[in-house]
Design a protein around this ligand. Structure first.
Ligand code: CUA
Length: 423
C-alpha cells in the first residue's frame, strides 16, 4: 500500500494490515499456550499439585494478565505512533512538543505506580507464605553435588543409628508439609520440582530452607536448574509422594539393613561389589570376611566426598540422578498409568520397588560397562591434578561382562520389600 503525496493511508486501508498482525500474534500466543496444555507435562509449573505450587500459579495469572494488558496497550500505541506520525518528506524537523502537560505527566507516573503496587502487594505476600516455616513439618536435608541429589531424614534414624539416607528420589507423605534444608557439596546447583514449588539454589556452605507439599500420591519430576558442569542437564531428581500409611511403611523398609539371599550367584556379585564398589558406595549390612560392616570411604576418591548410598537401590525406580529408569518400559508404563488413574494404587506399587522381573537390565549394564560414556563426568585420569587426584563422578572400571552380570545379580537383591516378603 502506498500513500498518495505523503498523505497518511486512510484508516480503512490500514485495517487489513492490523488484522493480519493481530491474527499472527494470536496464532503465536495460542501455539505457545497450547504447549502448556499437553497431557504429558511432568515438569510444568502450570500444573500445580500442591499448596506451594498452587500459590505460585494463582499469583502468576493476575500478573500475566496485567502484563498482557500493558503489553497490548503499549504495542498498540507504538504501532499507531509509528504509522501515523512517521516522517514525511515535507515534515518540519522538530515534532510538536508536549512539555508542561501536568495531567499527562502525573497520569503516566501514577498509572505505572498503581500497576506495580497491584503486582507487588500479592507477590510479597505470596513470598512470605512460601517461605513461612510450616507447623510440625517432616524435615528433609537435600544435598546437591556433581551430579546427583542426596536426601537424608534427620529425624528418622535407621538400624545403624544414623539418619535415613537415600538418593535421587525424595519420598514424602502426601498431604503433609515438608521442610527442606538445601545445600551443596561442591558447586551451586538448584533444586526445582515445578509441580510442587518454585526453585531454590543449593549453595556450598549455606543452608537454604524451602517447603514442599503434594496433595496426592504421585511421582513429581524435577531437574537441576543452575549450571553445574558437564552433566548439569542430566542432573535430575524425583519426589515420590506416598499415602501417609505407605510412607510409614517405606520408612520401616528403609531403616533395615540390606539383606541379600545366600545364593551362590548372589554371593559372587556381593564379592565383586565389596571389592569394586563398596569403597565409595555404602550398603548398610554389607560385611567383610570377618563379619564387620564395610564402611564406604568415598572422600578418598570422589572430589565432593560422597557417592549415592545403595543400601536399598531397588526400592527406587530410577538411578544415576534419575537419569535412567530402573524399571523396564512395561513396568514404568504401568506405574505411570497407576499414578494417573489410581494414586493410592501407585503408592502401594512404589513400595514394591524394582523387582527382578521389572528391572531394566539394559541401562543398568550399560552404566556399569562405561559410566562416563552414558553420563558425561570429569573422570579423565589425565586431568585429576585439578581435583587433588579425585574423580567427579564414577570412572570406567573396565569391568568384564561376567563381572557386570554378577554385579547386576547382586544389585537386584537390594530391595527391602523383596527381602521382608521372603523372610
Ligand atoms: Cu546441578 Cu546443574
Amino acid at each position: 500500500m502506498t500513500s498518495v503525496e505523503g498523505m497518511p493511508s486512510s484508516p480503512r486501508s490500514r485495517r487489513p494490515r492490523a488484522l493480519v498482525a493481530t491474527g499472527g500474534l494470536s496464532a503465536l500466543l495460542l501455539t505457545v499456550l497450547s504447549a502448556c496444555s499437553q497431557d504429558d507435562r511432568p515438569q510444568s509449573t502450570m500444573d500445580p499439585q500442591g499448596d506451594y505450587a498452587q500459590m505460585i500459579f494463582d499469583l502468576s495469572w493476575p500478573v500475566f494478565l496485567i502484563a498482557a494488558v500493558v503489553g497490548v496497550v503499549v504495542f498498540a500505541v507504538i504501532g499507531v505512533a509509528v504509522v501515523r506520525f512517521r516522517e514525511r518528506p515535507d515534515d518540519e524537523f522538530t515534532p510538536k512538543q508536549v512539555h508542561g502537560n501536568p495531567a499527562m505527566e502525573i497520569g503516566l507516573t501514577v498509572l505505572p505506580a498503581v500497576l506495580l503496587a497491584a503486582i507487588i502487594i500479592p507477590t510479597v505476600s505470596v513470598l512470605f507464605d512460601l517461605n513461612a516455616e510450616p507447623e510440625d513439618p517432616l524435615v528433609i536435608n537435600v544435598t546437591g553435588q556433581q551430579w546427583w541429589w542426596e536426601f537424608d531424614y534427620p529425624t528418622i534414624t535407621g538400624d545403624d543409628d544414623l539418619p535415613l539416607v537415600t538418593a535421587n528420589e525424595m519420598v514424602i507423605p502426601a498431604g503433609q508439609q515438608v521442610r527442606l534444608n538445601i545445600t551443596s557439596r561442591d558447586v551451586i546447583h538448584s533444586f526445582w520440582i515445578p509441580r510442587l514449588n518454585g526453585k531454590r539454589d543449593a549453595v556450598p556452605g549455606r543452608v537454604h530452607t524451602w517447603n514442599m507439599q503434594a496433595d496426592q500420591p504421585g511421582e513429581f519430576w524435577g531437574q537441576c536448574t543452575e549450571f553445574c558442569g558437564l552433566s548439569h542437564t542430566n542432573m535430575r531428581m524425583r519426589v515420590i509422594a506416598l499415602t501417609p500409611a505407605d510412607f510409614d511403611r517405606w520408612v520401616e523398609l528403609q531403616k533395615a539393613n540390606a539383606v541379600s539371599p545366600d545364593d551362590e550367584a548372589v554371593e559372587a556379585g556381593r564379592a565383586q561389589f565389596s571389592s569394586l564398589c563398596a569403597s565409595c558406595h555404602q550398603v548398610d549390612g554389607l560385611v567383610d570376611a570377618d563379619g564387620e560392616q564395610i564402611v564406604a570411604q568415598p572422600q578418598t576418591q570422589v572430589y565432593s566426598g560422597a557417592a549415592p548410598n545403595l543400601t536399598h537401590l531397588m526400592s527406587r525406580g530410577t538411578f544415576v540422578s534419575s537419569n535412567f529408569d530402573l524399571l523396564n518400559e512395561e513396568c514404568r508404563d504401568q506405574r505411570e498409568a497407576l499414578a494417573e488413574d489410581d494414586p493410592e494404587a501407585f503408592s502401594a506399587a512404589y513400595l514394591e520397588g524394582t523387582t527382578p522381573e521389572c528391572l531394566n537390565r539394559v541401562d543398568l549394564e550399560a552404566w556399569l560397562r562405561d559410566p562416563p560414556g552414558v553420563f558425561p563426568m570429569y573422570v579423565d585420569p589425565t586431568q585429576l591434578a585439578a581435583t587433588d587426584g579425585k574423580y567427579r563422578g564414577m570412572p570406567n572400571l573396565n569391568l568384564t561382562e561376567d563381572q557386570i552380570d554378577q554385579l547386576v545379580t547382586y544389585l537386584q537383591t537390594l530391595n527391602p520389600a523383596l527381602n521382608t516378603a521372603g523372610a
